[in-house]
Design a protein around this ligand. Sequence first.
Ligand code: PHE
Length: 456
Amino acid sequence: MPKRSSFRNRFSFYLLAIGSACGLGNLWRFPYIVGENGGGAFLLLYVFLALTVGMTLLIAELMLGHFTGVSVLAASRKVSIQSKKPIAAFGWLSVIISAVTLAYYSVICGWVLHYLTQFIMSLFQSDSSAYLSHMSVTMLQQNGWLQFMLASVHLLISVVIIVKGLGDGVERWITSLLPVFGLLVVVLLIGSLSLDSTPDVLRFLFYPDFSKLNWNSLGHAVGHVFFTLSLGFGTMVTFGSYFRKDEEHLPTLGLRVTLIDTLISIVAVLLIFPIAFSTTKQPLTDPSLLFEVLPRFLSTYKGGVIFGLTFFLCLWLAALNASLGLLETITANLVEKRPHLKRSVAASISGLAILFVTVFPAFSGSLFKSFKLRGHGLIEIFDSFLINGLLPIAGLGMVIIVTLGLTENDRKELFLHEKSITSQTMYPHWRSALKWVVPAVIVLGLLLQVLGLFFA
Ligand code: PHE
């Protein structure tokens, strides 16, 4: 077995899994898809799916990694040979999705970097509020070269960290900043909940109006659950392979990571929507939401610039942490596939390949502006096709690998904990959920989206 980066063994799995799960998906993507899908009913559907479908699959992926001790490509091949079932190809889908997602994710991380630099620059302006109030995502989206450059800087930093094997130090460092980030979020939350728009927001978020759900809602909820919990990418399989059973109980880890991630997403909507409602009188429903409302809101406050600067710095570091998880997964798979390659070479090759894909989302608002499908630009198509379409299919692949590739005894042994009676009670429920509920929900979500194309 190829040598893996040894820091992983000592590093707490919680921080690894939570660091990968919590990123732009929670603070940037979740609020706007809740807005897009009409609020309360979607939020309820999402929380339900995260705690059922998401948690079930998270445990399964960690299990596959821990059982095989390798990443998803080698893991799917290994169990395919053992079980004599043709399930090895599913691993490939996950790795391809990881690479394309990292390209797309890097562009959004580039947006965060741009805002961070704008906050820094505003410190040197005579009227920083006026300077900040002119920032616009639309202008950024139309500047392909700037987006490409920012995404390249982000990718380069990620590659250097992986190549230099600094992952351990960087992750520890970022994690130690998390309390600061948490504090900023709480202060922002108090500020935003004390706005006049809060009653309207609470009604929008917590009075479910099921008539607002549409053909796409189930698919969007499933896709986002997978994206935010880093499922279907093989990331959790890689992390599971670093996992030591004597250190932690797998299902407990899955439960806690799901709960924390879901909680952060709920805090994110509570934070963003009052500000969005008070400035635009309606929930924004597109990717610019976080970037449009937050800087404007902060620019009206004394000390808002320093606050915004620290907030975007923490947001970028959290996103960097999540990007490292993706790049680590791709690199680990490549090293296992080509054992003669050094980790540094594998990480550099992966980085270069991803940089090439980055061209498409980065230039979607400029060079590829005329490329439209049903009125949607390339970046929206990227997001939708990848996260609402391909990712659930990759998740289905994981279900197939774990249900067909592992035996009942293997799964049971990995799930049960000798001291926990709850684990014995929960096992049959988890197994049925994995075998029936998860595939049924994924297929239904995909089917409804396809039907929506004809009937909506
Ligand atoms: N879960 C991360 C987020 O919500 C995205 C991610 C996906 C990170 C897959 C790593 C692997 O931002």
